[in-house]
Ligand binder design. Structure first.
Ligand SMILES: [Zn+2]
Length: 385
């Protein structure tokens, strides 16, 4: 028997810049383009792992920042690692903590060593460096580990963006070295580098070259989806993925809305994560093929149809919009659970449709049809999705 692959990416079809393929890892195969539901605190909120899997999820994401603070990476390690702790056997990607430490913590102070900060939970003092980020992700037992990077807003000066990108590349090298020292873990896990450089083509190119020289299993396009807007993001994605090695997966962090994902896949992105399907589900927003809806709206009070007539998920096959409207308006826990489950199915069905369209080289037609249907009712009720 050949040994299980540590990490093997193969592209089975291309259509324009888009690719369909698979990543083989010891805990299972990841079909790309892939969407990773976000399991911030060792749970995809309101969903049991078996239901996350049944929706078509091959991999989920865990947040280093949240887990290091609560319950603590050392505790998770003592309890057998994140997979055993939460009951998810398939691959897990962990972020590096870099984004949350800047966006959530108090008094973050960045030096060449790393980022010192106070916990948003209890004010306790912590430090994340590239070395500590690799240690935490190793303690969690992550399958895909992200390099530790420094983020600055896309609106900051080019000088600040260049400095942050260059520091991120030094931290990427330290991440690589620290990851490689984690022998047992490193022999079964993968490490991704993160391209920075905001919206600047030259900075992005320099970042891609620095990362490629260090060498990673995959590459993320970082620093996007932070408020720059879809047009600016797509403008960057017109060149950024092409600067990264074609034989490695490309991951667009924190994206996104369904139409963001379609446009990014068309531009060569293979992996995504976003809190939208889960967070929206908990606030009564459902994704449908004809656009997002807010189930709290009075017009659904006596609507006996499913959330999305074209959806084959367990929620749409069983319960009506009227019932979900009632649950959500009543603040019933089941409402959040069912809305989330449908939304995860919607996202995973979209990814399956994208993979099929690429394989059959009809992505442009699929994307046009999706936009015509989904976009026609975009934001009909002032929704932010
Ligand atoms: Zn459904």
């Amino acid at each position: 028997m050949p040994a299980e692959p540590r990490f093997a990416f193969s592209v089975s079809a291309t259509d324009g810049a888009a690719r369909a393929g698979t990543i083989a890892m010891r805990r299972g195969e990841i079909r790309t383009p892939a969407f990773m539901p976000v399991g911030t605190a060792a749970t995809v909120k309101a969903m049991k792992p078996a239901d996350v899997r049944a929706a078509g999820s091959d991999i989920i994401l865990g947040n280093t920042y949240h887990l290091m603070l609560r319950p603590g990476a050392e505790r998770v390690a003592r309890l057998g690692g994140l997979h055993a702790f939460m009951g998810w056997e398939r691959p897990i990607l962990t972020d590096s903590g870099g984004y949350q430490v800047m966006s959530l913590s108090e008094l973050a102070r960045v030096t060449e060593e790393g980022v010192a900060f106070k916990s948003h939970l209890d004010g306790s003092r912590h430090m994340i460096s590239p070395e500590r980020s690799m240690e935490i992700q190793r303690l969690l037992g992550s399958d895909i580990v992200m390099a530790f990077d420094q983020l600055v807003p896309t609106t900051s000066t080019r000088e600040a963006q260049a400095a942050a990108m260059e520091r991120s590349m030094r931290w990427a090298r330290r991440s690589r070295e620290a990851f490689d020292l984690g022998e047992d873990h490193a022999s079964g896990a993968a490490l991704f580098g993160i391209q920075q450089g905001a919206l600047d083509q030259g900075l992005r190119k320099a970042s891609a070259e620095a990362l490629t020289e260090i060498g990673f299993d995959g590459y993320a396009v970082g620093g996007l989806a932070v408020g720059e807007g879809q047009e600016a993001m797509f403008g960057c994605l017109d060149f950024a993925p092409g600067q990264l090695p074609a034989d490695r997966p490309r991951y667009l962090m924190g994206v996104g809305k369904p139409d963001d994902i379609v446009g990014a896949v068309e531009r060569g992105i293979d992996m995504f994560d976003c809190v939208l399907p889960t967070r929206s589900g908990r606030t009564g927003q459902a994704f449908t093929r004809s656009g997002p809806i807010n189930i709290r709206n009075a017009r659904f009070g006596e609507d006996g149809g499913p959330l999305d007539p074209a959806c084959a998920c367990p929620v749409c096959s069983t319960w009506s919009r009227a019932y979900l409207h009632h649950l959500v308006r009543s603040g019933e826990i089941l409402g959040a659970m069912l809305m989330t489950e449908h939304n995860i199915w919607f996202y995973q069905d979209l990814m399956a449709d994208l993979r099929a369209a690429i394989s059959e080289r009809r992505l442009a037609a699929f994307a046009a049809g999706f936009r015509a249907s989904y976009g026609a009712r975009r934001d009909p009720e002032g929704l932010k999705i």
